[in-house]
Design a protein around this ligand. Sequence first.
Ligand code: GLN
Length: 464
Amino acid sequence: MIKDEIKRVIANAERLNPTLNSFLSIDSDVALETAGALEVSPRQHPLGGIPIAIKDNICTKGLRTSCGSRILGNYKAQYDATAVKRLKDAGGVIIGKTNMDEFAMGSSNENSAFGPARNPWDIERVPGGSSGGSAVAVASGVVDVALGSETGGSVRQPASLCGIFGLKPTYGRISRYGLVAFASSLDAIGIFGSSAGSVADVIGVIAGRDPLDSTSADVPVPDYHSMLEHELKGKRIGVPRAFFGEGLDEEVRDSVETAIESFRGLGCEIIDIELPHAKYGIAVYYIIATAEASSNLARYDGVRYGYRAENATALREMYMKTREEGFGPEVKRRIMLGTYVLSSGYYDAYYSKAQKVRALVRDDYRAAFAGCDFVLTPTSPTTAFRLGERSDDPLAMYLSDIYTVSANLAGLPAISIPCGLSSERLPIGVQLIGNYWTEGDLLNAANIYSTNYPLSQKPMISAE
Ligand code: GLN
């Protein structure tokens, strides 16, 4: 039975992939073998054979991990990331690896070396990024859950643009062993789901301390599933009104305002709050993230991984040619920006200043959570944009992250919940940010909200 189900899922993935390009590899042999083995002892496995898609920057033993980049070429990891290992041990079946912006740098999936994934609600539009392929795999109904990664919004923003749930957990909640590093003080594994319940199932299995990742926290993992039905009555939701101004699409604003009223109707108390430093979030993020990336990406030198340029006569030339040919333009832009903000004459003006402002952003949230349980904002300022629309304007692209980056800077958990469709039938998402370690409360709120106000329509391209 499990095997038949996995066969069906793989057939769907293969049928839709020429249109949606959400998978970079589909692993039918191993998936079917795993499914067969699970049929022998299904009860011992909490996930019971569910199919799962994994972003291509999370290592899977023996299966290609490209990070959406030419420079990793055909790189196959020697080991499974801890999150992947825990999923497998719990009876999850990995069916393939998903498309992404190169090294998770982007908000549209257009920076992939393997072509963009497409939004199943409108294939002329982007699915968001950087975890676009995972979002599409769930939104198109191929799988119910997928792993992605977050540095500045790469799970929540594509979840919002594709009409599904996307959770970024507290920094340190899920081991990052085997997640290819982008910006280490921000990176987190995140989860996409077709429902809050499916996200709860997966986080319950993969969260928790891992001796292989010293930044994973030793905080007990609750039974997330048992928290999904708690009443929301009396929960205080803080709304930073300043976030609802310039740059926010009108239809998104209306839909999020309606969601606020719906939460009120569910018994929540809505209060106005201020996050005075959040407006510096984008500037701070693009200094810290690029600085850390310039250091993390130094390891791709043509010696240790994947691609190596040919026809180089000396070592230095080999490094330079490999990086010139292997990295795409956005990655090069980030490495240059990051190297610049770390350089001796500019370190204090940029990097060190950004770290100070980051502390202020964190303090804003600390103050806010003294008076409320959740902070509510739109997830993305617009619905899905057209392919190519922002490719030549990096700044416009960076602004896609305006509502998401501050949770990464502060290390807080946050979730994007589908809350409506625009007049063009494009999904809109509302974001809830919680205090540290409150993933269970966020999933609870997402579950109660969406049971009462489900998205009534399905995407244009769907496996179902
Ligand atoms: N879009 C943001 C960026 O380009 C966030 C990426 C991410 O969260 N990985 O950096």
